[in-house]
Design a protein around this ligand. Structure first.
Ligand SMILES: Nc1nc2c(c(=O)[nH]1)N[C@H]1C(S)=C(S)[C@@H](COP(=O)(O)O)O[C@H]1N2
Ligand SMILES: [Mo]
Length: 437
């Protein structure tokens, strides 16, 4: 018997049980009228997903997959998001095309979204009344704090921090890896306001036995089972104690948007985005490595040695992914663009997990020669870094611009993909095509 997948494509969900699909995708808050039409918060959630109110909603049969989700997922917009590509193989996952990531600070409207479960009602309503954060486990003073407690009892910091999904780049794996087929855009670098994770832990008085954190959110499991969690991950205590790991309550000066974790989330920058728990409600300090959903098995893990594409790897050889590898994007131009003159200033961002980016290079001759780009310092550690390069094309025609970053430990982005069974950590260099007229 094959195991029933818990995360299924929207189309597949609708095919099997349209009404249940409405319920799962548009939330447990979905209410129906006598004829079974969606109303109330469920309808509002559907409006949010299709990007507007639905004037003829009273004609809309229940269990009808909105065409915006079924087709042309490229053009349909999530509420509060602008130009994101929605991957329709799971409820609400959307990435940002690289040319829309040109801002040094990623606007809320362009920060990708990766959800493993159902957005909690509190976040849909953007109303934090009654919200608390509990810190417990291996601590001397377990605490339960309100949002006001966070803001008033601890020093508030503002940091520009990169959050990247561990599976960003998975779409390029061959043989393909199961999971969200992210291309390049599951990365963002917003300015987060919050408190240092370590200040919280100091206040709670971490015991000597503590080695790992466990993060719990308010989102519901896709199955609708209230006893199941979609995801609960954590980090080694040392990562939580790092000066740039925070519990954030604002994103770019505004309450964190519904889809990005309102009212509060951890940000453990430079590590797989899954360590940055959204809709946070509890941090448990543990004396063992956390074993919540998506911590064990092969989730967010890779073999500790390199394997040839397609290799079957024994589960015991998988290790938890910690810092993400060095990476960069060309964001100044969209791939396929026509260029008028022979010279072109290109630019983008580079980042390197826990490290700093030390050098940035571009090539217009398929990697035969490389030009050093100008590389800025990050505004703070764990922010991505701006780079720019002035190119000149010898004649008209088709070119590829390749970009590669090198971190301060000498690691450079490869051309080929470092294949692993679950399709994590693809940091192969970004290439765009241009036509020089
Ligand atoms: N509670 C909760 N937190 C979560 C997730 C989730 O599904 N539920 N997804 C994680 C994953 S896999 C990633 S990559 C990041 C994405 O953050 P974003 O949606 O704000 O871009 O959130 C993480 N935090
Ligand atoms: Mo992720």
């Amino acid at each position: 018997m094959t195991k029933k997948p818990i995360e299924r494509g929207i189309c597949e969900l609708y095919e099997q049980d349209p009404e249940a699909a409405d319920y799962m995708i548009f939330g447990r808050v979905a209410e129906r009228d006598r004829r079974g039409f969606l109303k109330g918060a469920g309808l509002a959630a559907m409006g949010a997903v299709v990007g507007g109110t639905i004037p003829f909603q009273s004609n809309m049969p229940s269990g009808l997959i909105p065409a915006a989700l079924a087709e042309s997922t490229k053009d349909f917009m999530l509420k509060g998001k602008d130009g994101l590509t929605v991957l329709n193989d799971r409820p609400i996952n959307a990435e940002t095309p690289p040319h829309l990531l040109d801002d040094d600070v990623t606007p809320n409207s362009r920060h990708f979204v990766r959800n493993n479960g159902i957005v909690p009602e509190m976040a849909e309503k953007m109303d934090a009344s009654g919200w608390t954060l509990t810190v417990d486990g291996e601590v001397n003073n377990p605490m339960t704090l309100t949002l006001d407690d966070l803001k008033s009892r601890f020093e508030v910091v503002k940091l520009k921090l990169q959050v990247e999904c561990g599976g960003n780049g998975r779409a390029a794996f061959n043989p393909p890896a199961k999971g969200n087929q992210w291309t390049l855009g599951a990365i963002g670098n917003a300015e987060w306001t919050g408190i240092r994770y370590r200040d919280l832990l100091k206040a709670a008085g971490v015991k000597d036995s503590a080695i790992y954190t466990a993060h719990y959110g308010m989102d519901g499991h896709l199955s609708g089972d209230p006893n199941k969690l979609p995801i609960s991950r954590g980090v080694p205590l040392a990562k939580a104690m790092e000066a740039h790991s925070i519990v954030a309550f604002e994103m770019n000066g505004e309450p964190i948007p519904t889809l990005n974790g309102f009212p509060a989330r951890t940000i453990c920058p430079g590590w797989p985005g899954s360590t940055s728990q959204k809709w946070l409600r509890r941090i448990q300090i543990r004396d063992v490595v956390h074993d919540g959903p998506k911590m064990t098995g092969t989730a967010y893990r890779r073999p500790y040695y390199n394997v040839a594409p397609g290799t079957k790897v024994d589960k015991k050889d998988f290790r938890i992914i910690e810092a993400m590898p060095v990476k960069s994007l060309i964001t100044s131009h969209e791939t396929g663009q026509s260029i008028g003159g022979r010279s072109l200033r290109v630019g983008g961002h580079a980042w390197a997990g826990d490290r700093k980016v030390a050098a940035m290079h571009v090539s217009i001759d398929f990697g035969a020669t490389w030009i050093a780009a100008q590389l800025m310092d990050p505004p703070n550690p764990y922010s991505w870094q701006r780079w720019n390069a002035d190119l000149s094309f010898p004649e008209k025609g088709y070119y590829e611009i390749w970009a590669r970053a090198t971190d301060d430990a000498g690691m450079t982005q490869p051309f080929a993909i470092n294949w692993n069974p679950k399709g994590y950590l693809n940091n192969s260099m970004h290439r765009i095509a241009v036509q020089v007229a």
